[in-house]
Design a protein around this ligand. Structure first.
Ligand code: GDP
Ligand code: IMO
Ligand code: MG
Length: 436
């Protein structure tokens, strides 16, 4: 099974890092193909907890060659900070490969991310403030800086000059900030050149050759389907393609080399930042299962606080139309259902099976932004369970109601549920079908 894509089905933080780590001993390469240090993956190995942002989670598996491919935007300072921190914890980081075509996040991207958000006021997206959007905007505008530019000071200087020309007008005249000098940006970037040099490779060639040899390559998506710039809840999205198609453009490996698409999906739903979220639990009063108190239950039982920004995540029930949408957009062959253990103790568990939009039933995610904004969930309630399931390692170890919950979700979601997470630890998983 040589080419495997692993992506998020919802709005991120589904547990992709743990799922990647789980497959780590069966794969040869783990490739990050989109996003940057906006991602936050928590991986728990024994009594150690790792928080990864820019590096692919596969870096924690000793046999794996981690790759940062062309589709990623790289904050070079963050790259070396993360490498140093992992090195200090005895993680072997020496095999990392970085694409020379990946774009760089510079100080002006970070500044612009923050000031544009501030100026958006009520319409703000709630970005992670890491400079992701401005860096991708420069890429598309053809004024971006690439990793390979760091190896030619003259070209780097020209490109930074070109990029800053307009941006300084914007920063000074519109946003009332100080101008950024070409020298400070160039000097800042050049200090990393020699450390970067040995890592930089033609990663598309390396990965295709690995696949030719029959080796297994896992493409690990950052963010998730509903945050994808084309298929998510635009404009409340990130600026890259987090869906499976992004794995091809973001790595230089053709779509016909992908044998499997694994989507990680939480047993409920969370979202960080602004934008529509039909099953979000907000009601101040009423039936407990539909109030903010139920949302608070999910947040505290699931420890739903952002790995990157520490923000509390918005919480709501499982949304089957979104899972079906993710199955369709990504060509999902297998779901990994995570955090089933978080639902333990609930008497009944609502699941959104369709939406009501101004009196009309929608079985699929409405294609129009304003319809999705107005969508209210149509729920079915499934029976809950009270036994602790964190020790379950076989499907049959689960209480009947938990089994039925998984089977009901499988039925509604458009693909099989091949693994089920029952806790944060590496081994807290029930395997139903082989993933590799
Ligand atoms: P990612 O961005 O998709 O990699 O996910 P995050 O790491 O941001 O968030 C997922 C969180 O859930 C992490 O803290 C994981 O340790 C934790 N986690 C993953 N799978 C499970 C599970 O099955 N049960 C529980 N309780 N926690 C899990
Ligand atoms: P992982 O990989 C959850 C959200 C931000 C914001 C929007 C745009 O851990 O699942 P950006 O900084 O990317 O321009 O912000 O996207 N966002 C995430 N939400 N998990 C993530 O990554 C996210 N990366 C970005 O909160 O709403
Ligand atoms: Mg995360």
């Amino acid at each position: 099974m040589p080419g495997i894509v692993l992506i998020g089905a919802q709005w991120g933080d589904e547990g992709k890092g743990k799922a990647t780590d789980l497959l780590g001993d069966r794969v040869d390469y783990v490739v990050k193909f989109n996003g940057g240090n906006n991602a936050g993956h928590t991986v728990v190995i024994g009594d150690k907890k790792f928080a990864l942002h820019l590096l692919p989670s596969g870096i924690l598996s000793p046999g794996v060659t981690p790759v940062i491919a062309n589709g990623v935007v790289i904050d070079v300072e963050v790259l070396f900070d993360e490498l140093t921190a992992l090195g200090a914890r005895d993680v072997d980081v020496s095999k990392l490969l970085v694409s020379g075509n990946a774009h760089v996040i510079t100080s002006y991207h970070r500044t612009l991310d923050k000031v544009t958000e501030r100026f958006l006021g009520k319409r703000q997206i709630g970005t992670t403030g890491r400079g992701i959007g401005p860096s991708y905007a420069d890429k598309i505008n053809r004024v971006g800086i690439r990793i390979q530019d760091l190896f030619d000071e003259k070209i780097l200087r020209q490109k930074v000059e070109g990029a800053l020309d307009q941006k300084n007008h914007l920063l000074v005249k519109v946003y009332n900030r100080r101008a950024i000098s070409v020298d400070e940006v160039v000097d800042d970037l050049l200090q990393y050149t020699e450390r970067l040099r040995p890592m930089v490779a033609d990663t598309s060639l390396v990965l295709n050759q690995a696949l030719d040899r029959g080796e297994t390559v896992l493409f690990e998506g950052g963010q998730a389907t509903m945050l994808d710039v084309d298929h998510g809840t635009y404009p409340f999205v990130t600026s890259s393609n987090a869906t499976s198609g992004g794995a091809a453009t973001g790595s230089g490996v053709a779509p016909n080399r992908f044998d499997r698409v694994i989507a990680v999906v939480k047993a409920y739903t969370t979202r960080v930042g602004a934008g529509p979220f039909p099953t979000e639990l907000l009601a101040p009063e009423g039936d407990w299962a539909y109030t903010a108190k139920a949302g608070e239950f999910l947040r505290s039982a699931g420890f739903e606080f952002g790995t990157t920004t520490g923000r509390p995540r918005r919480c709501g029930w499982y949304d089957a139309p979104i899972a079906r949408y993710a199955a369709r957009i990504n060509g999902v062959t297998d779901f990994v259902l995570t955090k089933l253990d978080v639902l333990t103790g609930l008497e009944r568990i609502p699941v959104c099976v369709a939406y009501d939009v101004d009196g009309t039933r929608h079985d699929e995610v409405p294609y129009s932004q304003s319809d999705f904004h107005h969508a209210t969930p149509i729920y079915e309630e499934l029976p809950g369970w009270s036994d602790d399931i964190s020790g379950a390692r076989e499907f049959s170890d689960l209480p009947r109601a938990a089994q039925d919950y998984v089977l009901a979700l499988e039925e509604m979601s458009g693909s099989r549920m091949s693994a089920i997470g029952v806790g944060p630890a590496r081994d807290a998983i029930i395997a139903r079908h082989d993933l590799v």
